[in-house]
Design a binder for this molecule. Sequence first.
Ligand SMILES: Cc1ncc(COP(=O)(O)O)c(C=O)c1O
Length: 425
Amino acid sequence: MKNFSFKVDEIREQFPALSKTVNGLPAAFLDGPGGTQVPRRVVEKINDYLYYRNANSHGVFKTSVESDNLYWQAREVYADFLNCSPEEVAFGANTSSNNFKLALGLVRTMKPGDEVLITDIDHEGNRSPWRTLEDFGIVVKSVKINTDTITLDFEDFKSKLSDKTKVFAVNWAANSCGTITDVKKFIDEAHKVGAITVVDAVHYAPHRPIDVKAIDTDVLLCSAYKFFGPHFGIMYVKKSVGDQIRTVRVMADDNTEAPFKFETGTPAMELAAGSAEAVEFIADIGRTHEEFFLDRLTGLEGRRRFVVAGMMAIDEYEEGLALQLRKELSAMPGVKVFGPEEGHPRTSTVSFNIEGIHSNEIARFLAERGLFVWDGDYYAIETITNVLGLEPSGGLVRIGLAPYNIQSEIDRVIQAVRDFIESKK
Ligand SMILES: Cc1ncc(COP(=O)(O)O)c(C=O)c1O
């Protein structure tokens, strides 16, 4: 790769939120895994819809026709984001809601005693919808994690998979500490027993390009508010699988086919417009950084090419900052950084705790310095609370990077954690 340089100033100037200050210090938004900040152009698209196009769908008049067109165009944009066709893209309130709808649809063709396999590395948004199926007599099993590395135990997965398994649900990246799982390896095994695979890409999507065909999953979910968009959920359903699913839907004639059969009620068209613009924002990052990734973009064309280049640029940039964070934090007395060994694929999310200290105290100390980080379990309850048993010490402190973060913010975090440790002596 040519000497990589990321045009971070150009990116930062598009985010009004970055002008915020706390106690005279610039706010550093290090809470990306909870939701990123939103660039001006995304908000403008939402406003434009509500000001000039607002209408319900399927009418014959101008604004309704425009709304329908815009909603479909958003599917086309996400088809490029995910590498699928627009008919395979369904929208909803958020990933958890999409997953509940999916689970309640799939259970209609299951019978008591059938099994669903979830994992201990997942957020509750990809566990609770499936756990709910226990009320219908479905047996829900969960794949263990290796507690030292916060990685999934493949042998445990294989031992729990059987021809009774109807669904296997797993995240691609863990919001607890950034572990990226080789989901393709798991999907291939799950398909051997005929299970439908559901990949939660909520934490993966803001950091790396997604190609649903390459991993061959049946379903994949992500949420636009994690990558510069509004609060909105996107669900890919492979055509051949979607056609077979009896969904929970309003009983009307115009929603019997995918993707409409996966959507309930009046769509949030303004949020579809904003979410599509978030992808265009990523594609523009790709346009200005494409030169660094030419060898990895062979065969890709149009918007898809720029989306992939944009995600590669984001990943490359964030990884440099995250590596420094992991190294420097791990070297501090009493600090433990959680997650896989160096070299294992991971996102730029760095989670840690300090021996004998409640994590909330650290997060508050950083917040006073304008460093916005998360603490607790962030709904990765199974991993952080039940398996690692970290609830009494407040779970973990999570620093999650986005492409608008800068070196000086990383330096401020490192200094603040050092000062915190010093203050406890
Ligand atoms: C890995 C992961 N999965 C699922 C969810 C739930 O997504 P949503 O808030 O869109 O329901 C989150 C939210 O933080 C997440 O990080």
